[in-house]
Design a protein around this ligand. Structure first.
Ligand SMILES: Cc1cc2nc3c(=O)[nH]c(=O)nc-3n(C[C@H](O)[C@H](O)[C@H](O)COP(=O)(O)O)c2cc1C
Length: 191
């Protein structure tokens, strides 16, 4: 195994999800370093179609947590009596981000190319293909974020559970309407 692959293998092995963040603050400029590394990710349709929102405000993080909790409770209320407690138990894993000092929120827009090229002749299959390209791409960006963080000694967790409330989270973050959230990535240090 080459030195490079040995290094990468160790990085992959050492990265583990953190679900009990301490309040320890991150060093300045670490977020910029993570994002500049994540920018090297492959992405279908070009880099203008994605970005990363950085949330450092504990107030905003709490607002997002409340939105997720409310959506969990509203969803549980629609379930059969015996399913709701199981779902709420599972839903606890959607909230591990709330103690983290910083959230990185990769977001994307579905490229409008197919609709522009085909207008009213565009098919559902083509639109779905275009959308899937964007979803797969933001997943690659998110993976790069996790690995960049690990390489800089920062812990993280890839989270899509909280996206049960993605519409409200997008409103809290005031994301442009065509932007969709790919994941919530809390970063920091485990207790
Ligand atoms: C698409 C995706 C979504 C995930 N969402 C959550 C989540 O909402 N909550 C959570 O605690 N972990 C979440 N995870 C983390 C996985 O549970 C975790 O990666 C897996 O258990 C392997 O553990 P490791 O990351 O420590 O290797 C998610 C992972 C992926 C890839």
């Amino acid at each position: 195994m080459s030195e490079k692959s040995q290094f990468l293998k160790e990085l992959f092995q050492e990265r583990r999800s953190c679900r009990n963040f301490s309040k320890r603050a991150l060093p300045s400029n670490i977020v910029e370093q993570i994002i500049s590394m994540a920018k090297l990710s492959p992405f279908a349709g070009g880099r203008k179609n994605w970005g990363v929102e950085v949330v450092n405000s504990s107030e905003t993080i709490s607002k997002i947590a409340v939105a997720v909790e409310e959506r969990l409770n509203a969803s549980a209320a629609l379930m059969e009596r015996e399913s709701a407690p199981l779902f709420l138990e599972y839903g606890k894993s959607f909230l591990f981000f709330k103690e983290a000092p910083t959230l990185l929120i990769p977001h994307f827009r579905v490229s409008p190319t197919m609709r522009a090229l085909l207008r009213d002749r565009v098919t559902e299959e083509l639109l779905q293909w275009e959308r899937e390209n964007a979803v797969k791409s933001i997943s690659a960006v998110t993976t790069f974020i996790l690995l960049a963080a690990e390489s800089l000694g920062v812990e993280s967790c890839y989270m899509t559970g909280p996206l049960i409330a993605s519409d409200t989270i997008a409103q809290i973050l005031q994301l442009p309407k065509e932007r969709e959230i790919g994941a919530l990535v809390p970063i920091g240090y485990c207790k």
